[in-house]
Design a protein around this ligand. Sequence first.
Ligand code: 5AD
Ligand code: SF4
Length: 474
Amino acid sequence: MNPINPINPTNSFMKQKRIHIVTMGCQMNVYDSEQMLRILAPLNYRPTSQLDNADLILLNTCSIRKKAEHKVFSFLGRLVRMKQRRPHIIIGVGGCVAQQEGYRLIERAPHIDIVFGTFALGRLPTLVQQVEDQRKQIVDINPRKGSEPLCVGEPVLKAGRATAFVTIMQGCDNFCTYCVVPYVRGREVSRKPEEILEEIRLLVESGVREVTVIGQNVNAYGQKNGHGCDFPTILEHVSNIEELHRIRFTTSHPKDLSDRLTEAFCKLDKLVPHIHLPVQSGSDRVLRRMNRGYTRDFYLKKVARLRNVRPDIAITSDIIIGFPGEEGVDFDATVDLVRQVGFDSLFLFKYSDRPNVAAAKFSNKVPEAVKGDRFSTLLEVQREFTLAKNKALVGSIQEVLVEGFSKKSRNQLTGRTPCNKIVNIADGADGMARVGQVLPVRIVEAFSHSLLGQHVGKGYGKYPGKNGGMSYAA
Ligand code: 5AD
Ligand code: SF4
């Protein structure tokens, strides 16, 4: 890399440049955006929160649903005028839409300088340098070379942050008939366990107290890479890291939820009692057409087993509404399953066709108006469950890992319970010094998306020192 000359600030290599990254989509993209910042730092790019003064603007895109893809094009539209005003800026589009569309992106939006697909992340510094030097447009949607690591750069350390995502695997081999992921993220690849553990250790040293290990289907971790370590085993290793308080993971496929993983919820103290287990539909006929590899009954048995092992476990899920061929009876079966399980919360998505996926060619597409009606019906059913579950916590004392100030006010701290409920804490007196601490908090009020609580004891964690156990004395 170019050496930085501290004596000659006019050296063009010295000139500090600003990078602004817009991250769309899932946690994998959040993690990838942090990697982009890290690997572009040696080219003298420093992050800026303002779009208007950035020299390099990167869009990290998502193509899971049509709506996500529309967002990319409307954002690119906003950048046309900016590029006319400030022609020196470099615009790069990465992530899943980049991988999917490649050259077509530049045809549609000629003000883009770089299109870099999901496998080109490690090559980003070279691509940026090429554009800086030669001012040419570049498209790199080539596959990852065997020798290239899955995650690039040193881990991004999070001073002042209590939580972090860590990618442990990427891609998916399942080919659910609605899903674009196998096409834009490729087949399953797992990171080496020692690399993951080292990254988490460094994060913990920098103050992180909760990690969420992420992947498209974490249950498949290590199944085909021969690292000699499967998902429950890597969780066990992670839980041995001192000073780490909590482990979360997402996302898991119900068909791969093994008994060993279920038992980990009882065995590993640091593994929080929360699982995101996307069911997608409550109708066997639809599940079959989705190629999900399980039945409604199988799913319900997995839920029962989880609750048997860990009665307080929070279960959340994803549901697709209006999958091609979904009839009234199928939708009724989904509503019935939702009532039967009583999820803590649900993410509902109206089905949309995606490029290359099998379901795009299925007949009997469900009209948008019908999808809209079903969406509202299910939303209403779930709203009651979510609120009732939150209300049931009023009066209880919850362990809240403090993440920072609440969005509403700097007089309030915010954090999450082990079950992933957001809690705003009325007393924010100690401010950021509390970040990373686990506080005992009495829940005083429940809303549909959050809880309000009162801090009632000393807690434990980074400040004032090592884990001292929870003290409930106020
Ligand atoms: N249409 C609608 N929702 C989709 N999802 C994935 N593909 C589609 C699609 N084509 C939803 C699934 C998945 C979540 C991340 O996005 O519910 O679990
Ligand atoms: Fe997509 Fe299915 Fe893989 Fe999940 S398991 S990423 S829904 S193909």
